[in-house]
Design a protein around this ligand. Structure first.
Ligand SMILES: Cc1cc2nc3c(=O)[nH]c(=O)nc-3n(C[C@H](O)[C@H](O)[C@H](O)COP(=O)(O)OP(=O)(O)OC[C@H]3O[C@@H](n4cnc5c(N)ncnc54)[C@H](O)[C@@H]3O)c2cc1C
Length: 383
């Protein structure tokens, strides 16, 4: 059966999050961006709104609202602010995801309840200074010494990992060698305050300026052997699965950001009068808006299809890569045209649209660059 209709619950969810985003996030977005301020109070409010743990079972504190509902939530937050959407997207997909899908019962019971209320946040440490797209080139190691892992190395660009709410970071490390000499990777949970672990906030980003980004350092950092996430040697597989889900949330940030920039451009074009008539009455502007609307519609259909595949336990990796790639490129196109339609005012902070123009750039880089998405898609084609 083919249906393009959202459920009544999903429509209501969209409406309530839109109201929240307009009322609570939009008024602070410019200042948070300007001051690079990560607002923990806002995280708490988003927790109260039920924006964390939407795909998590109720017994761990989640709302079990489903993956598409979560994607709609991220889309609505991204419609007003990319940084805040990043906190939600990373908090769910990268923070909660690995613990929920691969953690032991005890790990889930320890961390998930607070992660699901927004009282705590978790990070996912994969990227290293010399291992970005090539995650297999990472150097961080974890050696089992008695009943403790001893971790050494560093991570970079880790979202939600250095703020007062960070309760745990999932760290991918080399834990040995597999048959044939291949490296064995495992994921290990590290809590702030552990000796030998330091998290430093990174500043000076072009985009997502009010999201929390961190460098992580491990210097003979010892954690209990029980902090291993899932089975030893499954770290690479866990990372790939986490990124498949993460791609959908980056896609929804692209879709939501494109929607927000489009709405601003449409409104402005109807109000701005030049040569005696609103600028939207010029066919060249009307056609820009038509192209923007068309691509947004196509992006939404592709992304929701990927979510449907995921929710119905069908293979979704390749379509998720397509959705991430396409939604990012649609936001780039829409945000660029939205600034153009605003003319000089589009370059000024108070018009918000310049922030969307900056924020879109990360979507083509984070959680696998657009080039990497094309590699994934091409592989799926058997190339
Ligand atoms: C704000 C922000 C938040 C982030 N959050 C997280 C996080 O929470 N956790 C985490 O682990 N990481 C995170 N990252 C890291 C992010 O996933 C990486 O930046 C990304 O994977 C790219 O890696 P890189 O920056 O090292 O670029 P590189 O891998 O060095 O790539 C540089 C360029 O080379 C291209 N390239 C590389 N290899 C190939 C190839 N084989 N073929 C064609 N082109 C290629 C790339 O597409 C890119 O254009 C974050 C990054 C940022 C900026």
């Amino acid at each position: 059966m083919m249906s393009f209709e959202l459920t009544q619950e999903q429509e209501m969810l969209r409406k309530s999050i839109r109201e929240f985003a307009e009322g609570e996030i939009k008024p602070r977005a410019i200042e948070m961006d300007e001051k690079e301020r990560f607002d923990t109070g806002l995280v708490g409010k988003m927790g109260e709104m039920g924006l964390f743990g939407m795909f998590v079972d109720e017994k761990y504190g989640g709302s079990h609202a489903g993956y598409l509902s979560y994607i709609i939530a991220v889309e609505e937050i991204a419609r007003v602010d990319g940084s805040t959407a990043a906190t939600i997207a990373a908090g769910n997909s990268l923070g909660i995801g690995p613990i929920y899908y691969f953690g032991s019962e005890e790990q889930k019971r320890t961390f998930l309840p607070k992660l699901c209320t927004g009282e705590a946040l978790a990070g996912f440490g994969l990227t290293e200074a010399n291992a970005g797209s090539d995650a297999g080139g990472s150097k961080t190691t974890a050696v089992l010494d008695g009943n403790e892992w001893v971790i050494n190395g560093s991570k970079i660009f880790i979202t939600n990992a250095a703020n007062p709410l960070t309760s745990v970071v999932t760290v991918q490390a080399i834990t040995g060698q597999k048959d044939g000499g291949r490296r064995e990777y495992s994921c290990i949970l590290v809590e702030p305050g552990t000796r030998g672990f330091e998290a430093k906030e990174m500043h000076g980003k072009l985009m997502w300026r009010s999201s929390n980004t961190a460098e992580l350092y491990f210097d003979d950092c010892r954690v209990p052997a029980g902090n291993l996430l899932g089975k030893r040697g499954e770290g690479f597989h866990q990372m790939l699965q986490t990124l498949d889900g993460g791609r959908l949330s980056i896609g929804s940030m692209g879709l939501g950001g494109a929607q927000g920039a489009f709405e601003m451009a449409l409104k402005y074009s109807q109000e701005r009068v030049q040569f005696g008539r609103p600028i939207c009455k010029n066919q060249v502007i009307a056609f820009k808006l038509a192209d923007m609307a068309t691509r947004i519609e196509a992006a939404r259909n592709l992304l929701y299809k990927a979510c449907w595949l995921r929710e119905n336990n069908k293979p979704f990796g390749q379509v998720a890569a397509m959705a991430k790639l396409y939604c990012s490129e649609v936001m780039k196109f829409v945000a660029t045209e939205a600034v153009q339609i605003h003319g000089g005012y589009g370059l000024m902070k108070e018009y918000h649209v310049e922030r969307f123009f900056r924020d879109q750039k990360l979507l083509e880089i984070g959680e696998g660059t657009s080039e990497v998405q094309r590699i994934v898609i091409a592989r799926g084609l058997g190339i």
